[in-house]
Design a protein around this ligand. Structure first.
Ligand code: NAD
Length: 533
């Protein structure tokens, strides 16, 4: 098998340089082309057969409510049955391919996504209201997942000798478990879906891809490119539809061997419960890879560089309108830094340009949909006793689901603004007496996903490394924007079961280990006897 391309070191795909006029023009061209083709029709695809008929659901642009971006066909239980039966039949052959063959397909997929990177990013600006830079970063992350997992597969999954004893040969390898359900959120609509699906596939599983309802057109963009580069249609099936309608059916189906889920704590925990119920005809215990929410804090120490701290908090709290699992939703100031920090943060909030995500000048776009818009406005209007508004911004229009930044001072670490994942541009600010208390408050939620510290004290940074126990801790920088390989991403506590996407050993969660031991001290061989003899 020729796979020289995979013997090159992994490097991250650079983000687009929008300072370059030609790059801006290319992105704008993709956007215009896309606008001319709306609404996109998103089918259910089982074994390569597309179905556009039946129930569909419209998806509207969060920045401009009257633009229909897509008409999404909704999968039925019958679609799921057919897809699972075909996937279960195709799985064995796929599993038994040399791992290099599957890894090469991932690399080809990366090339294919890269060739269309602005088309896929432009679609994100319209379908999920992601501003240009962040949409581009989501696409480059998808490319990175493909290239990274392709290379890691050769190291982690391929057969390797174990032990070193005369007369015995031991071989350990990892192989696919069966059919995996890939259940993804809308907030990193291409990257997370691509990451979970390619990890499952390269490990030798067949997959049912179930994108989030809000980002099904982007999910279909991925599916189409997978088939174009050569993933077998019986191994990859595309099953869009509301999680509440077909999600449980997929998860509880006896032909599902594992579930790769990223989304909210509520849904994640319910999937873990359901996956634990063994049904008649089920061949194995279902494994669940589960990444959930966060309530992430940044500590501003009393000696922090405020130029950096304010910029870091703004990016972490209001990037993609606070709709990142890694987003900063709590700031903990230490002592006297509180007042100057808050003053500067408010000024920074005032200067944020809130605009439609497809506008290149947009710094803060809309939230995902009407439900999120109503819920977040409800919290801003009624944050609960003990929350003092420090700044409430004004949304530019009601053409889209715009929610302006809202800052609240909170004195009780148990306050709901300090505990609940709100998933929007709402920030709670707590003033701690000293760094020790700040650390205690930082880890006082059930989540443990990301966190940050701005400090110039080496001893405080060391203390944070030990006591600020989260999956991804960032010192003297913002707490979002993990890069594949450089910051393996994922949390623990109620944020996840401890896997690290884009990091070493992630692929092992998608495979079963096998070890074969052969006694090589045998005396002579039995020649192969032809069957007719
Ligand atoms: P969600 O939990 O509502 O939905 C996630 C996916 O689950 C969607 O595809 C949805 O259709 C599906 N789903 C819903 N109900 C289901 C059911 N009963 N059975 C099966 N599937 C079902 O989450 P969301 O709103 O799409 O995403 C936001 C959440 O995701 C936030 O909590 C965020 O923190 C989290 N998130 C976590 C990470 C991480 O790496 N830890 C990354 C991104 C997002």
């Amino acid at each position: 098998m020729k796979c020289d391309v995979l013997n090159t070191p992994f490097t991250n795909c650079p983000h687009a340089d929008f300072v370059d006029k030609a790059v801006r023009a290319a992105f704008a061209e993709s956007l215009e082309k896309l606008k001319g083709s709306l609404p996109l029709k998103v089918p259910v695809v089982v074994s390569g057969q597309k179905r556009f008929e039946g129930r569909t659901r419209p998806r509207y642009c969060p920045s401009q409510k009257d633009w229909q971006v897509a008409a999404v066909t909704l999968a039925t239980q019958e679609d799921v049955d057919r897809a699972l039966a075909a996937a279960a039949r195709a799985w064995g052959e796929w599993r038994d391919l040399p791992v290099e063959e599957r890894a090469l397909l991932l690399d080809k997929l990366a090339d294919r996504i890269q060739a269309d990177r602005f088309d896929l990013a432009a679609l994100q600006t319209l379908e999920v209201g992601k501003p240009w830079r962040e949409a581009d970063a989501d696409v480059t992350e998808a490319i990175d997942f493909c290239r990274y997992y392709a290379r890691r597969a050769l190291v982690e999954l391929a057969p390797r000798p174990q032990g070193n004893v005369w007369g015995e040969r031991n071989t350990l390898w990892y192989e696919g478990r069966g059919v995996a359900a890939i259940i993804a959120p809308w907030n990193f609509p291409l990257a997370i879906l691509t990451g979970m699906a390619t990890a499952a596939l390269v490990a030798g599983n067949a997959v049912l891809i179930k994108p989030a309802g809000q980002s099904s057109a982007i999910g279909y963009g991925l599916y189409e490119r997978m088939i174009e580069v050569g993933f077998p249609p019986d191994v990859v099936h595309f099953i869009p539809g509301p999680g509440s309608e077909i999600g449980d059916y997929i998860v509880e189906h006896p032909l599902i061997a594992m579930i790769a889920f990223t989304g909210s704590k509520e849904v994640g925990l319910s999937l873990i419960r359901k996956a634990g119920n063994t049904k008649p005809g089920q061949a194995q215990v279902k494994k669940v890879v589960c990444e959930m929410g966060g309530k992430n804090a940044i500590i501003i120490d009393d000696d922090a560089d405020l130029d950096e701290a304010v910029a870091g908090v703004m990016k972490s709290a209001f990037g993609y309108a606070g709709q990142k699992c890694s987003a900063c939703s709590r700031v903990i100031t230490v002592g006297q830094v509180h007042e100057p920090f808050v003053k500067r943060l408010i000024e920074a909030c005032r200067s944020l340009h809130i605009a439609p995500a497809h506008d290149p000048a947009c710094q803060l776009g809309p939230v995902i949909d009407e439900g999120a818009y109503q819920r977040l406005n409800g919290v801003i209007a009624n944050p609960g006793d003990g929350a003092t508004p420090l700044y409430i911004g004004t949304p530019p229009s009601d053409d889209g689901f715009f929610v302006a930044p809202a800052l609240f001072a909170v004195q009780d670490p148990r306050h709901r603004l300090m505990q609940e994942e709100l998933f929007g541009p709402i920030l709670a600010i707590y003033q701690a007496k000293n760094f020790d208390e700040a650390l205690e408050v930082a880890v006082s939620t059930e989540f443990a996903l990301t966190g940050g510290v701005f400090s110039r004290s080496p001893s405080h940074l060391e203390a944070a490394k030990k006591r600020f126990r989260v999956g991804n801790l960032y010192l003297n920088r913002g707490c979002t924007g993990a890069m594949v390989d450089r910051q393996p991403f994922g949390g623990f506590g109620m944020s996840g079961i401890g896997t690290k996407a884009g990091g070493p050993f992630y692929l092992l969660s998608f495979a079963d280990p096998r070890c074969v031991t052969e006694n090589t001290m045998r005396h002579g061989f039995t020649p192969d006897i032809p069957p007719e003899a």
